[in-house]
Design a protein around this ligand. Structure first.
Ligand code: PEP
Ligand code: MG
Length: 298
């Protein structure tokens, strides 16, 4: 209770190290109602809005209006700070009955996330149209999950061009939004220099990146003892992504659980990350950790 009071007392202070380096701490949310706590704890906008929850909590596909209302609500509650909306990331551990996804032997490596969106493009276009419509009411960015190739990003951009043309034709206003991708496959890490030329930002999904790099199912409790989230392979990948992103002018964040690991906050600051996106319950602690870090001491 004492710690909670201490942290709440500092909720409005910026997340700056004692030697003056600022890093944005934003919120991972699953629904608009998560924003209340996130804002109370001083989040700098939203680093990951997992929109699949809107789809998982509906009995049928949420229509465009329902989606606009949800995305707009998040953007407005963020009060002008950036809100990164991630497009539908279903499949694998997130199943939705009305999608009738086929049974797969190996769903984590199967028909999921952007692969579904680039196949069922009508669903994807409706979501993009809703996000663009909501962009008018705040500062929105769009992020795509499970990217493995430059070609996927190019296809996404073609679809976005179609969606924008449709909005123009209908006279519906929208803003230009930043486009980013999740780096959560080893393939995306290894070609992050090429991907960086295509997008405005990277956000590293360490949950999936760790599972694919270590070949350890993130859902299998039997493997918990060897699931090493501090594995040198993962840490080297993080540094590589920051450097490749920055070379092309992208900002780079972490939105996987590792971003909330206080034992690594200083390491992330030294690597040069621009943003850490964490669950609302961790915002105050990570911000305090940053304020108590001094990067001038080696
Ligand atoms: C991740 O993989 O780290 C991530 C943030 O996405 P999700 O946990 O929703 O798969
Ligand atoms: Mg993921």
């Amino acid at each position: 209770e004492e710690q909670r009071k201490y942290l709440m007392g500092k909720a409005k202070q910026p997340a700056v190290t004692t030697d003056g380096k600022e890093i944005l701490v934003s919120a991972n949310i699953s629904r608009p109602t998560d924003m209340e706590k996130a804002v109370e704890y001083g989040c700098h906008g939203v680093g990951l809005y997992r929109t699949e929850f809107l789809f998982m909590e509906s009995a049928q596909l949420p229509d465009e209006e329902k989606q606009v209302a949800a995305y707009r609500s998040v953007a407005q509650q963020a009060g002008g700070n950036l809100c990164v909306i991630r497009t539908l990331d279903i499949g694998a551990d997130k199943q939705i009955d009305y999608f009738n996804l086929p049974h797969e032997e190996n769903p984590a490596m199967g028909y999921r996330a952007i692969r579904i969106c680039l196949d069922r493009t009508e669903i994807f276009k409706t979501q993009l149209r809703a996000i663009y419509r909501a962009s008018y009411y705040g500062t929105i960015a769009i992020m795509f999950p499970m990217i493995i190739s430059v070609n996927e990003v190019k296809k996404i951009k073609e679809i976005i061009a179609e969606v924008k043309a449709g909005l123009d034709a209908d006279g519906i206003p929208y803003k230009d939004v930043e486009l980013g991708i999740m780096i959560e496959t080893p393939a995306a890490v290894m070609i992050s220099d090429l991907l960086a030329k295509e997008v405005d930002f990277f956000s590293i999904g360490t949950n999936d990146l760790t599972q694919y790099t270590l070949a350890i199912d993130r859902q299998n409790p039997k493997l918990d003892n060897i699931y090493d989230s501090h594995h040198e392979a993962v840490l080297r990948m993080l540094k590589m992504v920051v450097d490749n992103g920055h070379k092309e002018g992208c900002w780079v964040g972490i939105c996987g659980e590792l971003g909330a690991d206080e034992t690594l906050t200083e390491t992330f600051l030294r690597m040069g990350f621009d943003e850490l996106s964490v669950s609302p319950s961790m915002i105050l602690r990570i911000r305090d950790k940053i304020r108590n870090t001094d990067l001038s001491v080696k």
